[in-house]
Design a protein around this ligand. Structure first.
Ligand code: C5P
Length: 225
């Protein structure tokens, strides 16, 4: 079974997808981390970020694994490095290139072959796995998402201003919604899950309930006259 979890930054996708996969004992694919990993390796190898053909080749040649909450690229643990501002900035041109997205689609479909997965990103239900058995689009108000990001930054010991976090988030949302490829939008058959006011545990419980409902065989139609 394939479950896709898409939505904007700060909607709580990553922690929800990871916990859901753990609770179900399924594989977890963090597609944002995959784009970030390509950007990191491209910078390491001095591949220009405008060279879409080489980036696409790179996307198909590196081996990305998710092991116990860590991201490994060709056996190197890049979990921390891919979250730095330098990589966040470099990831944008990588994720905007249609050739890279096509390559990623192939890689992600191969990763999900013959196994149960929870996959998380922007385009998983709409583009990569349109045939997924369950598609969920997680949302939360812009203020709530910025509040969560702001708290994370403070917890990491970074000095942050709520207004700045909200402003940079709004700009990223707008770019994600407007770009011609990998556009952030729910698949037509996705279930919208609004996470304002829900704790991470409540989000996972809501997702588990949706999974259970999908797994239950449909009631046979009542044929009595
Ligand atoms: O989710 P995360 O912040 O790690 O995503 C990193 C970057 O990759 C973002 O710019 C996001 O728009 C992009 N991305 C994407 N398609 C996905 C997942 C992430 O374009 N399926």
């Amino acid at each position: 079974m394939i479950i896709t979890l898409d939505g904007p930054a700060g909607a709580g996708k990553s922690s929800a997808a990871r916990s859901l996969a753990r609770r179900l004992g399924w594989c977890y694919i963090d597609t944002g981390a995959m784009y970030r990993a390509v950007a990191l390796v491209a910078l390491d190898r001095s591949i220009p970020l405008e060279d879409a053909a080489r980036l696409a080749e790179l996307a198909e040649s590196i081996r990305i694994l998710f092991v116990e909450g860590r991201v490994l690229v060709d056996d190197r643990d890049v979990s921390t490095e891919i979250r730095t501002e330098r990589i966040t900035l470099a990831t944008r041109p990588v994720a905007d290139a249609p050739a890279v997205r096509e390559a990623m689609k192939r890689v992600q479909r191969r990763m999900a072959e013959g196994t149960d997965v929870v996959t998380e990103g922007r385009d998983q239900g709409s583009v990569v796995f349109p045939f997924a058995e369950l598609k969920v689009f997680l949302t939360a108000s812009a203020e709530e998402r910025a509040r969560r990001r702001f708290r994370e930054e403070v917890a990491r010991g970074h000095s942050a201003s709520f207004e700045k976090v909200l402003d940079s988030q709004s700009r990223r949302d707008e770019a994600d919604e407007k770009r011609p490829v990998g556009t952030l939008k729910p698949a037509d058959d996705a279930i919208l899950l609004e996470t304002d006011g829900l704790s991470p545990e409540q989000v996972v419980d809501a997702l588990l309930a949706l999974v259970e409902a999908r797994r239950r065989p449909a009631e046979p139609p009542d044929r009595r006259p």
